[in-house]
Design a protein around this ligand. Structure first.
Ligand code: ADP
Length: 399
């Protein structure tokens, strides 16, 4: 069975075609700058690459590019579209409507549309992706939607209700939802597998650290708290996002600078975090390089990030009543061993011990344990694979 995984953004459409017999990636790529000018990149599992500038005025035109590449004589990986058994879509916001992956029908599309106010850029783009797919494939090929929020739907009320007047929860569904759920789900299950234990018997903290970052506490196999909130702005500091703040910082700066709600939103989401503090870049590699050459604000950005991670692990350890395993994943978590080292050495007070050499080696897609045998807490680096989870859910529902 071959499954096409689609991740539609407002101006992009990423895809992977996965052969479920061995879960190998046959082809993957991205349509970028949809509705602007258009750039398309496609690569195959056996190393063929096709890249071109091509105008794509909407998601349906982007989808046609993907379809043509998949069946192309030179860069294709299948003979015809009939070989695609199903399509799985990543959806950012499932709200309180969707606590698990489901097959797409008109009612499901309406549900995703009804959540657009909670994730305007993302959910609107996802619906376009689903409709584009329906237009090209027709309704012969089943489609499945997998939600970033679903894994977090087990959180108790005390973790997801914000202490603003309750009516805003009732009127607008303002609450903590949490994101990166597919990633937290994948690495937590994989960690339990590597430990030879049942996830239900483990207290785990998973740290997804990328351009966007979130940390999740898992107990009895269920999420009990997570750092992102109503939107992916909450929690730890990120590439360009603030993470948690005293809310008065927002109203105070808005007043002083005469900024509208929209301008504040841009400042908090696009100009803050690593970029805002360092003044150099949103990319951890650039900021780390600048810190190493003595830039004090780059160093400060790194100190804040590591401090935030440490604080979340500390508070989630209390919330869980102890912790058996900590997992690092995503671009920064998988590659920046220096942050893992700082955080884990600061956790020595609770028995965390890592092997520094192992930690330094565990980069660029390597998976494994970096804690010592006598560490009270197991620490793992696990490369995330959200596309694979989407493909597996899709296969399970289609079967
Ligand atoms: P996204 O949230 O967009 O999926 P990623 O998970 O790719 O982001 O993470 C991007 C971050 O990971 C960047 O800050 C980047 O510096 C860091 N990163 C990615 N790859 C590497 C690498 N090979 N070495 C060091 N850092 C990396």
């Amino acid at each position: 069975m071959k499954i096409l995984v689609i991740n539609a953004g407002s101006s992009s459409m990423k895809y992977q075609l996965i052969d479920m017999t061995d879960e190998s990636v046959l082809a993957k790529g991205n349509c970028e700058r949809i509705g602007i000018d258009g750039h398309f990149k496609h690569s195959t599992g056996d190393g063929r690459v096709f890249e071109t500038d091509v105008t794509m005025t909407n998601h349906t035109e982007a989808f046609v590019q993907i379809k043509n590449a998949l069946i192309s004589e030179e860069y294709g990986v299948i003979q015809s579209l009939d070989e695609v058994s199903a399509v799985g879509h990543r959806i950012v916001q499932g709200g309180s409507l969707f606590s698990e992956s489901v097959l797409v029908n008109e009612e499901v599309i309406k549900g995703i549309e009804s959540l657009i106010p909670l994730a305007p850029l993302h959910n609107a783009a996802h619906v376009q992706g689903i409709r584009a797919c329906l237009e090209v494939f027709g309704d012969k090929v089943p489609e499945v939607v997998v939600f970033d929020t679903a894994f977090h739907s087990t959180m108790p009320e005390k973790a997801f209700i914000y202490p603003v007047p309750y009516e805003y929860y009732e009127k607008y569904a303002v609450r903590r939802y949490g994101f990166h759920g597919t990633s937290h789900r994948y690495v937590s299950h994989r960690c339990a597998e590597l430990m030879g234990k049942d996830l239900k018997d483990l207290k785990m903290i998973t740290c997804h650290l990328g351009n966007g970052s979130s940390i999740t506490a898992i107990k009895d196999g269920k999420v009990i708290d997570t750092s992102m909130g109503l939107t992916p702005l909450d929690g730890i500091m990120m590439g360009t996002r603030t993470g948690s703040l005293d809310p008065s910082v927002v109203t105070f700066i808005a007043e002083q600078e005469h900024l509208s709600a929209e301008e504040m939103d841009t400042m908090l989401n696009k100009k803050s975090g690593f970029l805002g503090i360092s003044g150099i870049s949103s990319d951890d590699r650039d900021v780390t390089a600048a810190a190493e050459s003595g830039n004090p604000r780059a160093q400060l950005a790194i100190d804040i990030l590591e401090y935030d991670i440490l604080k979340y692990i500390g508070s989630y350890t209390a919330v869980l009543g102890g912790v058996d395993a900590i997992v690092f994943t995503a671009g920064i978590g998988e590659n920046q061993s220096s942050h893992r080292s700082s955080v884990c050495h600061a956790l020595e007070f609770m028995g965390v011990k890592i092997d520094d050499q192992l930690n330094e080696q565990m980069i660029r897609g390597k998976e494994g344990k970096i804690s010592t045998e006598d560490s009270a807490v197991a620490v793992y680096v696990i490369p995330t694979n959200e596309e694979l989870v989407i493909a597996r859910d899709t296969m399970a529902l289609v079967k």
